[in-house]
Design a protein around this ligand. Structure first.
Ligand SMILES: [Zn+2]
Length: 211
């Protein structure tokens, strides 16, 4: 039996494929704006949502599924799992999976830990639940940067075929303060125009893994 779950930071490929991922949502304003944008451009992304936010915005989750986006598990409460006991971690993950299933999510549900951090206790649980852990190789720091140009610069510097880009679509920052997602949204708009010009094709994380 594996001791550590499978961590995926990027996919090895020569093709210019890239996955946009959004953590912490959905949010009634920012996420819906992104969904409209993606629909117009025919692009699908992956959203790692929290159970708490699923309960608040079931309509948005249903729309995401309908629009062909991938829904991933980002725990129920978005607490740091490093300090949690095994049974609590299991509960956080299973409850969120169940909420997603109830709304119609099919197939394997990928997991991304809150703050990108887990330790041994979580590792055991994730192996037992047969979860793939999706990290990223293009960090944007959009949770603290409010200049879209800086976010874009970080992305263009690091992006390569098979990249997983992490962005955020919630209405609060890491410590719970309200945040305006203007910078992320402006950056995403620019990416949707620029990356195809550079030959990149957007896909969901599962599509990228299975490509
Ligand atoms: Zn998060």
């Amino acid at each position: 039996m594996r001791v550590f779950p499978k961590f995926i930071y990027k996919v090895i490929t020569k093709e210019k494929l890239v996955a946009l991922t959004f953590d912490d949502g959905p949010h009634p304003e920012f996420t819906v704006y992104l969904l409209d944008l993606f629909k117009k451009k025919g692009i699908r992304a992956t959203f790692f949502v929290t159970g708490k936010n699923i309960e608040k915005h079931k309509d948005i989750i249903i729309r995401m599924i309908k629009d062909g986006h991938e829904l991933g598990n980002h725990s129920y409460s978005h607490k740091n799992l490093i300090f949690k006991k095994k049974n609590k971690i299991k509960e956080e993950i299973e409850k969120t999976d169940m909420l997603l299933r109830e709304l119609g999510v099919k197939g394997k549900i990928l997991f991304r830990p809150p703050f990108g951090r887990i330790l041994f206790a979580a590792s055991h649980v994730l192996v037992a639940l047969n979860k793939k852990v999706i990290m990223w190789n293009v960090p944007t720091k959009d949770y603290k940067l409010n200049d879209p140009k800086v976010i874009l610069k970080r992305i263009y510097k690091r992006i390569k075929p098979g990249s997983i880009i992490v962005l955020h679509d919630s209405g609060i920052d890491r410590v719970g303060n309200k945040i305006n997602r203007q910078a992320t949204i402006i950056a995403v708009k620019a990416l949707l125009d620029e990356l195809p010009k550079r030959g990149y094709k957007f896909m969901t994380v599962s599509e990228l893994i299975n490509n």
